[in-house]
Design a protein around this ligand. Structure first.
Ligand code: ADP
Ligand code: MG
Length: 250
């Protein structure tokens, strides 16, 4: 498995937000995570990406332990190891999170140079390559404010790709976008899926979940209620799943 989580529990101020989440994603697989607002989807992605600590459970990336339970106590990998593993995962946020005062190119070369110690020339070369891949090769010199939301999100995807992640997580990447701009971002994500990029996508785009994902997980109240092939989940007998899918599909 590329990513495996077992019995993840996480609470804020004593309130359980993740209540024993287990999931695994194989290499090259696309998992769509759906569910109502407040069900814990973002928290789950943030915990997997080490943007939040968990309270208990186990996370492994490609067989390497990020954290696990030892004699009933949660134990994280040593800091250096944990950072190294976390760098193998990428994250794309709803709000793009580009540096506003830096050009697109600077946004794309910053982390490879600073974090991965990549030579500037190589970082620049691959930045142009990934910009071309998302259809924005002409935007290298522009600033984020000069881009549409759809373009900004495609830049954010290119920026994540510049770090060569083994798994790419998306947290509602199109929720801030108009329908038209949504489609151009989904098209980039479809291309990545076709190239067998391992992805975990929190989304309300049911057509994407149905047509692109290999597996769909429906989350509610800190639990994964149901998980399976899109065909199975979209034709679920489970009343909660049915109700949610009915609501978001109109
Ligand atoms: P989703 O992404 O499915 O909408 P979230 O993971 O954002 O859900 O939130 C799940 C629950 O956790 C919500 O009730 C939210 O208020 C709570 N929560 C999320 N982050 C924090 C935080 N940093 N501090 C306190 N509560 C939080
Ligand atoms: Mg969220």
């Amino acid at each position: 498995m590329m990513l495996e989580a077992k019995e993840i529990c996480k609470g804020f101020d004593g309130l359980g937000v993740l209540r024993g989440i287990s999931l695994s994603i194989a290499q090259g697989e696309v998992m769509a995570l759906i569910g109502p607002s407040g069900s814990g989807k973002s928290t789950l992605l943030r915990c997997l990406n080490q943007l939040e600590t968990i309270d208990s459970g186990e996370i492994t990336l490609d067989g390497e332990t990020m954290c696990s339970m030892k004699d009933g106590v949660l134990t994280y990998a040593p800091e250096k190891k944990l950072r190294e593993l976390t760098l193998r995962m990428g994250m794309v946020f709803q709000s793009f999170n580009l540096f506003p005062h830096r050009t697109v190119l600077q946004n794309l070369i910053d982390a490879p140079i600073r974090v991965k110690k990549m030579p500037r020339e190589q970082a620049t070369e691959q930045a142009h390559y990934f910009l071309k891949k998302v259809g924005l090769e002409s935007k290298a010199g522009q600033y984020p404010y000069q881009l549409s939301g759809g373009q900004s999100q495609r830049v954010a995807i290119a920026r994540a790709l510049c770090m060569h992640p083994e798994i790419l997580c998306f947290d509602e990447p199109t929720s801030a976008l108009d329908p038209e701009l949504t489609q151009e971002v989904l098209a980039v994500m479809r291309d990545l899926a076709q190239e067998k990029m391992t992805m975990m996508v929190v989304t309300h785009e049911m057509s994407f979940a149905r047509d692109v994902a290999d597996r769909v997980a429906f989350m509610e109240g800190g639990h994964i209620v149901e998980e399976g092939a899109p065909q199975q989940v979209f034709h679920s007998e489970n009343p909660r799943t049915r109700q949610f899918i009915g609501l978001v599909s109109g």
